[in-house]
Ligand binder design. Sequence first.
Ligand code: ZN
Length: 75
Amino acid sequence: MTSQKTEIKCPQCGLLTFYSSENKYRPFCSERCRLIDLGQWADGTYRVPLKQTDGYQDADVEGADDANSGANSED
Ligand SMILES: [Zn+2]
């Protein structure tokens, strides 16, 4: 008996793959495509997180206004 393989197209990338027990990522061609698709279903859109290397922080220096007026003259 020969193991029957159904040729399918990966829904994610369109690559030709097999729908069989050998392909544990079926109906996808790879784990990557499966994860991408799952991410899309969970989030709605697959987004690549932007890596921001912004180490610049604007320190807001607060100028304490010392309004201490009043000449205290003791006699
Ligand atoms: Zn694929």
